[in-house]
Design a protein around this ligand. Structure first.
Ligand SMILES: Nc1nc2c(ncn2[C@@H]2O[C@H](COP(=O)(O)OP(=O)(O)OP(=O)(O)O)[C@@H](O)[C@H]2O)c(=O)[nH]1
Length: 398
């Protein structure tokens, strides 16, 4: 009786969470993070346990065969959902249907040659191996594809390792004690269903939590980046500066303001699509020329900012010169273009600054140097001059 109640509650949990996963996934347009596939896994397992509940004692029959097939397909659906969560775009229905077909045929074969015990042992053995593979993969993932979720993935691995151990024990119990081992009220089945019920309660909310934390990370990343070029936007740049100077209060940095020359005429001549391509290529040049750890940002329009750390004025000017040359040398080719497009840029370089709070003043200085570069013919690097480092008010008085 107790086992029946536990199994009933487990069914309700699995089916309710299946519906919830499905509802969540319909709200996540495009990137569903595997939630729709987790819904399928929960549905398959919920249905399998429901069949067990209404099907009565273990034995041979269509219901039992379907039950075993669903029981094996459910964890495979979870694996496919997890792969989608980790950005592997795997198919779902084809592998699941193939597995269902193959496993149903295998059951008929085993039943007709070795009998019911062997068929039940086959399910327990296959589940044990599958969960073992999942546990090992998750542990491997803590050092590779799931580095950012190490603690969560270790907890998942331990919990799944528990199901692996229980299925291995069930396999041994069936081989040594026959089908009596599967009696609903036996001590072993009680432990098995209590553990499954515990997992059915703990794992689905944990999966929702993982998806939500990924979503908030993604949203934070999107809020900090320019969607066209993938460079930081002004907000991302300020966050980066804050983090850098908080970690190294004694450090200083130089700011380069990079402005594409005659960008309006590129747009007018080639169209906005080519204009956007030029912005992306210039962004690539800045990203690849800057050092790892430097900040590259699109401030807006055709204006970019690079913040170079661990350097002096000479180093910052040399970096600006390398960027200017690389932009000038870069040919922008596109399928719709009859000839490659080229562009140049003018760069203003600030003096050193030592806090995020000094950003606006430093940008103002570098802008003054940039303006001088534009006035003197463009396609050049200009370092800020002493007069331009005066606060804006005294500059206008002078
Ligand atoms: N394609 C494209 N154009 C943009 C974008 N943002 C701003 N622009 C265009 O960039 C041009 C900037 O023109 P200006 O500010 O006159 O500068 P410029 O033509 O580069 O002239 P100088 O800076 O003096 O060399 C404008 O025509 C804007 O419409 C964008 O995201 N994509």
């Amino acid at each position: 009786m107790v086992a029946t109640v536990i199994l009933g509650m487990l069914c309700v949990h699995l089916l309710l969470f299946s519906g919830m996963f499905l509802l969540f996934s319909t709200k996540l347009h495009g990137k569903k993070m595997g939630l729709d596939v987790f819904a399928i896994g929960n549905l398959l397992l919920g249905l399998a346990y429901l069949m067990q509940l209404v099907g009565g004692p273990s034995g041979w029959g269509v219901m039992s065969v379907v039950n075993h097939t669903l029981t094996l397909c459910a964890p495979v659906a979870y694996v496919l959902g997890a792969m989608r969560f980790f950005n592997r775009p795997v198919p779902v229905w084809r592998p699941l249907s193939a597995l269902a077909g193959i496993y149903t045929a295998a059951q008929v074969l085993v039943q007709s040659t070795l009998g019911s015990e062997a068929r039940y042992a086959l399910l327990a053995g296959c589940c044990a191996l599958l969960f073992l593979a999942m546990t090992v993969t998750l542990l491997y993932g803590t050092r590779t594809f799931a580095k950012d979720l190490r603690t969560e993935v270790v907890v998942f691995a331990v919990l799944i390792g528990g199901i692996c151990a229980l299925n291995a024990a069930k396999f041994v119990a069936i081989l040594s004690g026959g089908l009596q081992a599967l009696d609903m009220n036996s001590r072993f089945q009680m432990v098995f269903y209590i553990y499954m019920s515990f997992l059915g309660t703990v794992l689905p909310p944990s999966a929702v939590w993982l998806v939500l934390s990924r979503l908030t990370d993604d949203l934070r990343g999107m809020a900090a980046r320019d969607p066209l070029t993938g460079l930081l936007n002004r907000r991302g740049l300020m966050d980066g500066l804050d983090a850098y100077f908080r970690a190294r209060p004694a450090a200083s940095a130089h700011l380069l303001i990079v402005d594409i020359d005659h960008f309006k005429s590129i747009n007018d001549t080639w169209g906005h699509k080519v204009g956007d391509l030029v912005l992306c290529r210039v962004a690539e040049v800045l990203r690849s020329t800057a050092r790892r750890g430097d900040l590259t940002c699109r401030l807006g329009g055709e204006e970019f900012v690079v913040v170079a750390f661990d350097t002096d004025s000479i180093g910052a000017t040399q970096l600006a010169e390398r960027m200017r040359e690389a932009i000038e040398d870069r040919q922008m080719q596109d399928s719709g273009l009859t000839e490659p497009v080229r562009c140049t840029a003018t760069i203003g370089v600030s003096e050193g600054f030592a806090s995020a709070a000094a950003f606006d003043e430093t940008l103002h200085q570098a802008d003054a140097a940039l303006y001088r570069g534009k006035m003197s013919g463009r396609n050049c690097v200009e370092m800020v001059r002493a007069r331009e480092t005066q606060p804006a008010a005294s500059l206008s008085l002078g």
